[in-house]
Design a protein around this ligand. Structure first.
Ligand SMILES: [Zn+2]
Length: 238
């Protein structure tokens, strides 16, 4: 194979690798709420720090190669600074990039960043409890940031249940069950869209139901009263 074919193939590989990005992003971004819930501040599912970091790394890699393309090729910059726009831009210029003296570096950097993000989003440990299965009653875990989760509970014949639940609804049910429970500000901040410091502030001002743990001397707050307080805040902000 001659040098020209090598470079052409490299451009093709860069293009193929970039094609994987929209799928990863679709897995990461919660779809906007439709219908009556539109516009309200529904708690978004948490996406772990490492995933956020990896997507930031990918974005930086794409930005740097887009900049090189733009400056050396004297072409207009990408329409936007977003990952999808950068992917579209670099896909368009992939053949040129493949022929670039450091095209091999471009290929490696882009492939590494994408593979890393893929690996992290595929990690089975990055899961959230999505509530109980309405069919079999088994616990369902969803991947962080995804809308739907599948019940993987097996019955006595070793068949997977397979019921698909909406993660947000499952979480809402979970919260409804947790409403009458008491928890520390930090634990509440982990499940509700509120900062731990805010919970402590509300608690110290007497806005929340709760008690002081005699051992840790820390407040234990009624989750329901925190939820009400958040809703009140949303109403005032609306
Ligand atoms: Zn099930």
């Amino acid at each position: 194979m001659n040098e020209d074919q090598h470079e052409r193939l490299r451009g093709h590989r860069i293009r193929t690798t970039l094609k994987r990005v929209p799928g990863i992003l679709a897995d990461l971004e919660p779809t906007p709420k439709r219908g009556s819930g539109a516009g309200t501040s529904e708690p978004k599912l948490p996406i772990s720090e490492t995933v956020l970091e990896a997507s930031q790394v990918l974005r930086n890699v794409l930005v740097s190669w887009a900049r090189i393309t733009m400056e050396e090729r004297h072409v207009p910059p990408p329409t936007e600074d977003t990952v999808p726009a950068l992917v579209a831009y670099l896909t368009y210029h992939s053949e040129w990039l493949g022929r670039h003296p450091v095209g091999e570096e471009a290929e490696d950097e882009i492939a590494d960043a994408i593979a890393n993000l893929e690996r992290l989003t595929d990690q089975p440990s990055a899961t959230v409890f999505a509530g109980k299965c309405p069919e079999c009653g088994g616990a369902i875990y969803g991947k962080e940031g995804r809308d739907a989760a599948t019940c993987t509970t097996r019955d006595e014949h070793d068949e997977v249940c397979g019921t698909i639940v909406n993660v947000d609804e499952g979480r809402a049910q979970l919260l409804a069950q947790a409403a009458s429970m008491f928890a520390s500000a930090a634990d509440i901040a982990a499940i509700l869209p509120v900062e731990a410091a805010t919970v402590r502030k509300w608690g110290s001002r007497g806005h929340l139901g709760g008690y002081c743990d005699v051992v840790t001397r820390e407040g234990r707050w009624l989750i329901e009263s925190v939820m009400e307080r958040i809703e009140d805040g949303d109403r005032m902000a609306a």
